[in-house]
Design a protein. Structure first.
Length: 154
């Protein structure tokens, strides 16, 4: 049996548990757990719906530093990593870029300049395989974040 078929079978079982453990609740009823945009839901749906996601594909929850209107504001965010590439799906996007560029832009695991000084990397990133993410969704009844703790609470 190949990984895609096995993933589909396990995924259906996990989603069934989500419904049975949460009464009549389904993934459509999940709380996004987020006070901002749709990143946790969008990334959660992506990892759930991509049955062929390989061993190098992860749902990632991490603390990122904002730009533009959110300049220097740290907040929780969700994205997909596939090998050395990031897939940004929040807000209906399907943006792909090299992981190292994405990490630099979001000050993820990078030293950063703020408040007039260089700061050490935050290193606040959690990665979940497709199966791990689906288990968390079923157990927690939410798209996330599940374990991510940020300075701002977002």
């Amino acid at each position: 049996m190949n990984k895609a078929v096995l993933g589909t079978i396990i995924g259906a079982a996990v989603l069934g548990l989500a419904k049975s453990n949460k009464g009549s609740q389904s993934l459509d009823d999940f709380d996004d757990g987020n006070k901002g945009g749709d990143c946790f839901e969008a990334a959660g749906r992506w990892i759930t719906n991509n049955f062929s996601a390989g061993d190098d594909t992860f749902l990632v929850h991490g603390e990122v530093r904002g730009r533009g209107a959110l300049q220097d504001v740290w907040f929780g965010h969700a994205w997909i990593e596939q090998g050395d590439e990031v897939i940004e799906v929040a807000g209906g996007k399907n943006l792909r870029m090299p992981k190292h560029i994405y990490y630099i832009l979001g000050s993820i695991d990078q030293p950063y300049y703020q408040d007039g000084k260089m700061n050490s990397p935050k290193n606040n990133v959690l990665k979940y395989t497709r199966i791990e993410a689906m288990k968390k969704m079923a157990l927690e009844g939410t798209w996330g974040p599940w374990e991510l703790e940020t300075e701002t609470g977002y």
